[in-house]
Design a protein around this ligand. Structure first.
Ligand code: ZN
Length: 277
């Protein structure tokens, strides 16, 4: 299978850990020949939006996504409206950065609620309301289905097929971000990837690995090649479905990778891109 070059990788800023600035991430990408970046909004806010846009533009980096919008369900109308306003700001930031998409982590159950179907209705409503604005701003929304273990607190869209069903009800301007960490276990994954490609909804591809054992629900993702995900097979499906964008590396790893210097993380990323992704 064709090897992924550094140019075809994108650095999700979460991979360097919370202590690193956007400037450090951009400079590390330049040193290692990484072609793209996907900033989290807290890093954009730290740098300032105009400054962030200038830094990324001057470095010649493609913006494979902005993380993130979503988190729609709330206990009351005021909370839902707050979420919508926040999503409008996220769309504005993605537009200013010329991002390929705004990644949507849609949210889970409101506090003390057990109404999962209701939360999913709130998500569909929130996406519909945000999509109207995103279309005007020319920012594609990318629903990222999250592993079912996050259904309560982070995202109640949990499979690629479920995300595509939502997309189909909403029409153009919205698609999916496929993150291998969340979907690798799905017996219907290949069919859903093909469906995403056929409907023009395959907007982003995130890679890392699933470690055995996983020591933390959130912060123990593996470097590509260190876990059990058949990354090459999944990339084969994604490419067969027509995806030609970057492989975005997104590794939340508080114990293993975040303590390491950025140059070690990026050098490993590039090497694993060639050998494992
Ligand atoms: Zn992701």
């Amino acid at each position: 299978m064709r090897e992924i070059t550094a140019r075809e990788l994108s650095l999700n800023t979460a991979t360097l850990g919370p202590a690193r600035s956007l400037r450090e991430a951009v400079q590390a990408c330049l040193r290692h020949g990484i072609g793209g970046i996907s900033p989290w909004r807290d890093k954009i806010a730290e740098a300032g939006l105009d400054n962030a846009a200038r830094m990324i533009r001057e470095a010649g980096l493609a913006v494979s996504g902005v993380c993130r919008g979503g988190m729609f369900p709330a206990a009351d109308a005021e909370g839902r409206n707050r979420a919508l306003a926040e999503n409008h700001r996220a769309v504005d930031e993605a537009a200013a950065l010329g991002a390929a998409c705004l990644v949507m982590v849609v949210g889970g159950l409101p506090p003390a609620s057990k109404d999962l179907a209701g939360a999913r209705r709130q998500v569909a409503d929130g996406l519909a309301a945000t999509l109207g604005y995103a279309r005007v701003q020319n920012v594609p929304l990318a629903i990222e289905p999250l592993h079912p273990m996050y259904a309560a607190d982070r995202a109640c869209i949990n499979t690629l097929g479920q995300a595509l069903d939502v997309c189909d009800t909403l029409g153009p301007g919205i698609g999916v971000a496929i993150d291998v960490y969340h979907v690798w276990w799905d017996p219907d994954l290949d069919a859903a990837i093909a469906r995403a490609g056929a409907s023009g909804r395959l907007l982003a591809y995130h890679v890392c690995d699933w470690l055995v054992p996983t020591r933390d629900l959130l912060l123990d993702r593996g470097m590509m090649g260190d876990g059990v995900i058949d990354l090459r097979r999944i990339r084969g499906s994604v490419e067969a479905a027509g995806y030609a964008g970057p492989c975005e590396v997104e590794i939340f790893s508080s114990m293993t990778w975040w303590p390491k210097p950025p140059d070690e993380i990026l050098a490993t990323m590039v090497e694993r891109g060639r050998s494992c992704v």
